[in-house]
Design a protein around this ligand. Sequence first.
Ligand SMILES: Cc1ncc(C[n+]2csc(CCOP(=O)(O)OP(=O)(O)O)c2C)c(N)n1
Length: 326
Amino acid sequence: MATKKQNSKEIVDLLRRMWLIRAFEEKISVLYAERQIVGLLHLGIGQEAVAVGALSLLGNDDYVYGGHRSHGHAIAKGADVNKLMAEIAGRATGYCGGKGGSMHIVAKECGFITATGVVGGTIPLALGAAFASKERKKGQLAVVFFGDGAAQAGPFHESLNIASLWQLPVIFICENNGYAEFTPLSAHTKIARLAQHAKTYGIPASTVDGNDLFAVRDAMTKAVEKCRAGKGPVFVECLTRRMRGHYEGDPAKYRELSQRTEWKKKDPIARVARALKSKKAITDKKLQAIEDEARALIEKAAEFSLSSPWPADDAVDQQVYATANL
Ligand SMILES: Cc1ncc(C[n+]2csc(CCOP(=O)(O)OP(=O)(O)O)c2C)c(N)n1
């Protein structure tokens, strides 16, 4: 449930952001089916409460790292949807000049430092930003998102150990959606609650319902306070579900239809809408207007992207190496 501090206007703003992410991903899914966007696309439809709940508490000065399913994280951190969609469509007006694509988003102006296709690859990178933040002593922090599959990788464990040892201001957010590609959690680990790993390394950790925006916000509020106060890292495991396949085009035969129907009932956007309605803080008309407004913005982003030029031939060897000047 919402805490007293979360007034209705604030919640409506969060809902707006969730809808922006949903509309963005639904649109690129259509463009992908039409072959107007190519390459691999991993959508986080159904996981919007994690991105928005967690990142709505950060400032532009805080650093965020994502993974292969990170469009929502970038939008929640304030990325421009035009530049983001243009990047995914491979156009020169995209965040990385159209050469990074869906899995390599960088939106430095709002503190979204990078995503990656290397599972678990940004976990150690976030430690670098956290280390720099600690040295600067301005109360900045780093947040890194990764999945349950990444929690079985070596860099995850090494990073938890160092973050704890050096008491770095980093928040680890595990989006436990129950699958790593096509493999259910029970087939890739005996540890049912991944927050358990963090406790082993001496890091305070909690497991929350990741489809509940308010639960994510509450856990994140405590985590941010602790980190900013210089009390070291925090780990938040968010139990969630992706409503689509692992990638667009995945027939997802490994999931029962009944499971998918069940998850739809837990749609995080519908849950926020229900919470607002139960407090009589919103009408159906206003809810519809929020969705329509998000879809209109995304239509404009699609027009912008698809009418943008492709990268120039001589840009092929530019932006190959980069130094992160945080
Ligand atoms: C280092 C590495 N190993 C394997 C892969 C292939 N791969 C891509 S996504 C994925 C599963 C990741 O699962 P999870 O971390 O739970 O994230 P989710 O897809 O559920 O968001 C794997 C194994 C990869 N991209 N990088």
